[in-house]
Design a protein around this ligand. Structure first.
Ligand code: MEV
Length: 446
């Protein structure tokens, strides 16, 4: 089938969009139309709300929404909402929460809340002149011109904290930055920061143009390339940690506490020096981080980008978590840079996000940062605990079993049979098929 481009797709109604897609890409097969329609919400208002979050919407994409209970965080018990499609993530979080419940739980500390944005510009005049102009004229104007934008945020205790002029010409010819630090209180602050920065760009242009300190050639050389926040927020960062006496590290696998502690620390040390392992290690952390970020309506792409930049900030990609064993005490922690909000964005719009935030006790942004870091640390603890004891597949395949069974459309009785069947051994796709055949199950053809 040869596809044709389309003009004005966004102007078509939802049904017209579907008809066009099915006609042009799916050989008119109405089964696909039915699949899309099956995921529409019967509540028309709710459906419309979801459609309006994005563009060219034709259906909803479900994600399992689960709860990991028993998280003791700074002395408070939390049940953490997680939106994630990967089996075993919620179970792993719940296990880690339970493990630390009687050992003092998780402790967190906000290390910083500053967010950063830049006006990136080029200028070929003298650096000293530009510097003088910035300190004696421009900086003040930047604050004045953004006073309207920052008014409410200042009222809430946030705003623009500092503005610097940065010379980057050693790295890129004529390249400078206006670099600003922001405190955005309970919002993630992307719109706030970007609005301030766009005003910076206009003010910079206007003030240089109007200044008698620069000649026409200098003025003509100024180009504001772009104004944008940075998703790298190394100064908006939270630490979450757990600790206990080594002898309290009992594991059902029967491994001795000292050996467990040593192997666990060794696993973290390997991720600290080996990028291949660090990537998977951090992926496991992000299983926990992203699931809470999603459930609370925050931006998981920003969270991912930030975490990985931070993990490579010293020149080599490394682990986000660390472990120490000193004087008989096992300590395990994460420093997670993360920018999230509990107001604005989807927080008041998406009913499940509203639910998540209510479940978490309507946290401040700082509290939510802590909960997310705890979820990442718990996830990493659970993964390493399995890896250095039983191996990951035992637990993983137990949770994945339902995916395999559903793939074959087995009956509820057969599901129960397989849960028992794999009670004491690692499930595998091959063994499910062999056993279904042996049982003569209708789920398996021939
Ligand atoms: C799987 O999603 C995540 C793990 O691979 C993480 C890890 O290896 O640490 C289990």
């Amino acid at each position: 089938m040869k596809q044709q481009p389309i003009e004005g797709f966004s102007k078509l109604s939802k049904q017209e969009k579907i008809d066009w897609i099915v006609q042009n890409y799916l050989e008119g097969d109405q089964e696909y139309t039915a699949i899309l329609q099956q995921y529409w919400n019967a509540d028309i208002k709710l459906q419309k709300l979801h459609e309006e979050f994005s563009e060219n919407t034709i259906s909803n994409f479900y994600m399992p929404y689960g709860i990991a209970p028993n998280f003791l965080i700074n002395g408070e018990l939390k049940a953490i909402p997680m939106a994630v499609e990967e089996s075993s993530v919620v179970a792993a979080a719940s296990n880690a929460a339970k493990f630390w419940l009687d050992k003092g739980g998780f402790k967190t500390k906000i290390i910083g809340e500053n967010k950063i944005g830049h006006t990136h510009f080029t200028f070929s005049g003298e650096w000293e002149k530009l510097q003088y102009f910035f300190h004696h004229v421009l900086k003040q104007k930047l604050f004045e011109d953004t006073a309207n934008i920052t008014h409410n945020m200042r009222h809430r205790g946030g705003g623009i904290l500092e503005i610097e002029l940065v010379n980057k010409t050693a790295l890129l010819e004529d390249y400078y930055q206006l670099k600003a630090n922001f405190n955005t209180q309970d919002s993630m602050g992307a719109n706030f920061i970007n609005s301030c920065l766009e005003q910076f760009g206009s003010t910079l242009k206007r003030e240089i143009e109007a200044s008698d300190q620069f000649g026409q050639a200098d003025k003509d050389s100024l180009s504001v390339v772009m104004n944008i926040l940075s998703n790298f927020t190394p100064e908006c960062i939270v630490r979450a940690e757990v600790s206990c006496k080594i002898e309290d590290l009992k594991d059902p696998s029967g491994i001795k506490a000292e050996e467990f502690a040593w192997k666990f620390k060794q696993a973290v040390n390997i991720a600290e020096i080996e990028p291949y392992r660090a990537t998977t290690h951090n992926k496991g952390i992000m299983n926990g981080v992203d699931a809470v970020v999603m459930a609370t309506g925050n931006d998981f792409r920003a969270t991912e980008a930030c975490a990985h930049t931070y993990a490579s900030k010293d020149g080599q990609y490394t682990s986000l978590t660390h472990c120490s064993i000193e004087e008989g005490i096992f300590r395990f922690w994460i420093d997670l840079p993360i920018s999230v909000g509990v107001v604005g964005g989807l927080t008041n719009l998406h009913p499940l996000v509203k639910f998540s935030l209510a479940l978490l006790g309507k946290p401040s942004a700082k509290e939510l940062m802590s909960i997310i870091a705890v979820s990442g640390l718990a996830q990493n603890f659970a993964a390493l605990r399995s890896l250095v004891t039983t191996g990951i597949q035992k637990g993983h395949m137990k949770m994945h079993l339902f995916n395999i069974l559903n793939q074959y459309g087995v009956t509820e009785e057969e599901k129960q049979y397989f849960v028992n069947y794999f009670k004491d051994k690692t499930a595998s796709h091959h063994e499910v098929v062999t056993e279904l055949k042996r049982l003569g199950s209708k789920a398996i053809k021939n």
